[in-house]
Design a protein around this ligand. Structure first.
Ligand SMILES: Cc1cc2nc3c(=O)[nH]c(=O)nc-3n(C[C@H](O)[C@H](O)[C@H](O)COP(=O)(O)OP(=O)(O)OC[C@H]3O[C@@H](n4cnc5c(N)ncnc54)[C@H](O)[C@@H]3O)c2cc1C
Length: 503
């Protein structure tokens, strides 16, 4: 096995990229990513393009997809850089109490958060004060505003509103230009369009079975022998692979349990009396943190962001909300003169207008510390999804929805609630976490604090680690990318130490 690679990292999201950057100086490292390289100019900028970039078996190089489980639907991303390609790069660390039940304390993780911040370097938007979101939140929840930072190079940003589904002007500090660039500078190979279909134990190492997804696709699978494998395929990718390997790699009873939506929720307060620049498409820049004590008396994070409709969906949103907003929601609170409301609506139906209804619309984007009551389900082809039938009744989600009602009473507008109440609809999320949770041992985890996969008897599989959003032990209540990167930093450091010791 002399041609054995030291480390194979599966997936190039926040966890995999951070691991690759830290282990590459200590051994031959290959990152395998099923998606393609996306360059500035490649990202879709209109709805048909976005639809064409949907990831399916027939379109294996698609940029994004959805996994639908009972009660929830979660978006995922496929490409070199994982979800950093399409996200707003909001970068936030969880509050201290979140770590109370984790096997690693806040203090133990602090250096890894600091390292991740050094690499990702988020900064506040220079436009934030002008957008109206801050005024709105100060009006409805005085004194509770928390402003946000994004991993965006604001000097390059043209404020075009197309961060989602991808920046065409190279203004994002996405993983391809941060962690993966560091990994490459230390000699790591990033192999795109390579999907790992199996990881088999092989003596004191692993056989990683790889299928080409893009051009040059062949029926013959390639096998890469490796000493260490790091599974970082994102929550669903990692669940899929471990489920497929269940006959060879038995996991603890926690596999697929304690999954969280991270309190994700989406609703609109359409055509309010308050100007908000909702037509602008700039990234999310501010939020309010509200106090919430759950039924067991524990403090939980409740974070409502002033969301932003991406430019790519602006016309669509203007038409749907303008034509059907009244049917989907109910008008609340103080009314502007009917003529002013009608004028704004009409303007938006004709074109997206700075005076129009969307420019007076609050997009409620909830990130909250839910009770992590979801579980993984697998379809006939072994593809995972997050199922949580009663998600909308989780106490914090209900409480937050009640707050939106109170805001509506103050600023008016049509309250279009989370669509999950409609027949066939689900709660929409972008932060599916957990399922391979990190614990102290098999009694509360699937991996140990170093990310090593646990056997049911408490031993570990040598050379097999997990480092992505699936190992997060509980809901964070804030966007997840920074925490995934910090955990990747820690798993990477642990593996680098092992490589150094072996050398
Ligand atoms: C639309 C959207 C907006 C978001 N906005 C924010 C935000 O503003 N701030 C924030 O903090 N978080 C945000 N998030 C969440 C955040 O991006 C994720 O939590 C984070 O990307 C998770 O990192 P990860 O390492 O687990 O995996 P991912 O980033 O999901 O990457 C996993 C990678 O593995 C690859 N892969 C999967 N299976 C295989 C396989 N078998 N073989 C090879 N490769 C494979 C995938 O193609 C993918 O590229 C957003 C997410 C989405 C979808």
């Amino acid at each position: 096995m002399s041609d054995r690679v030291d480390v194979v990292v599966i997936g190039s999201g926040y966890g995999g990229s951070a691991v690759a950057a830290r282990v590459a100086p200590h051994g031959r490292t290959i990152v395998l990513e099923r998606g393609r390289v996306w360059r500035p100019g490649d990202f879709p900028s209109h709805l048909p393009g976005l639809a064409g970039a949907y990831h399916t078996r027939r379109n294996p190089l698609g940029l994004w997809g959805m996994r639908l489980g009972e009660g929830t639907g979660n978006a995922y991303v496929s490409g070199v850089g994982g979800a950093s390609l399409v996200n707003y790069g909001i970068t936030q660390a969880p509050e201290d109490h979140v770590f109370d039940d984790w096997p690693l304390s806040r203090e133990a993780l602090a250096p890894y958060y600091a390292r991740a911040l050094e690499v990702l370097r988020p900064a506040p938007s220079p436009l934030a004060d002008a957008l109206g979101d801050k005024d709105f939140l100060d009006h409805v929840e005085p004194g509770r505003r928390v402003d946000l930072v994004n991993t965006i190079d604001w000097e390059r940003c043209t404020h075009c509103g197309l961060c989602v589904p991808g920046c065409n002007v190279s203004a994002k500090r996405s993983l391809d230009v941060t962690y993966l660039a560091i990994a490459k500078s230390h000699g790591a190979e990033i192999r795109a369009e390579r999907e790992v279909v199996a990881i088999d134990p092989d003596g004191d190492g692993w056989r990683v079975v790889v299928r080409q997804t893009g051009r040059g696709r062949s029926d013959a699978d390639e096998v890469i022998p490796a000493r260490h494998v790091v599974l970082a395929a994102g929550t669903f990718g990692t669940l899929d692979l471990l489920h497929r390997q269940r006959d060879r790699l038995s996991t603890t009873a926690w596999f697929g349990r304690a999954m969280t939506m991270n309190g994700d929720g989406l609703a609109f307060l359409y055509n309010t009396s308050h100007p908000l620049s909702g037509h602008h498409g700039a990234p999310i820049t501010t939020s309010v943190h509200l106090p919430f004590i759950d039924p067991s008396g524990r403090e939980r994070t409740l974070n409502v962001m002033s969301g932003r409709i991406p430019k790519v969906a602006m016309r669509f949103s203007a038409l749907v909300l303008g034509l059907f907003g009244g049917a989907l929601g109910r008008r609340r609170g103080p009314r502007d003169p009917a003529t002013a409301r009608a004028r704004r609506r009409l303007l938006d139906l004709l074109r997206t207008d700075p005076e129009g209804a969307l420019a007076h619309t609050f997009m409620y984007k909830l990130d909250a510390e839910d009770s992590s009551g979801g579980r993984a389900v697998f379809d006939a082809e072994g593809r995972s999804a997050l199922a949580w039938p009663g998600y909308q009744d989780d106490p914090i989600v209900r409480f937050a929805a009640g707050r939106l009602e109170a805001w509506a009473a103050r600023v008016g507008g049509v309250l279009v609630p989370d669509v999950s109440g409609l027949p066939g609809m689900r709660s929409f999320g972008v932060h599916p976490l957990g399922g391979v949770r990190m614990g102290r041992g098999p009694e509360d985890g699937v991996v140990d604090p170093a990310g090593r996969l646990l056997r049911p008897d408490g031993g570990v599989y040598p050379g097999l680690r997990v480092a992505d959003a699936s190992i997060i032990p509980s809901s964070l209540g804030v966007p997840s990318s920074l925490t995934v990167a910090a955990l990747g930093e820690r798993v990477g450091e642990d593996l680098a130490n092992e490589l150094r010791a072996a050398a």
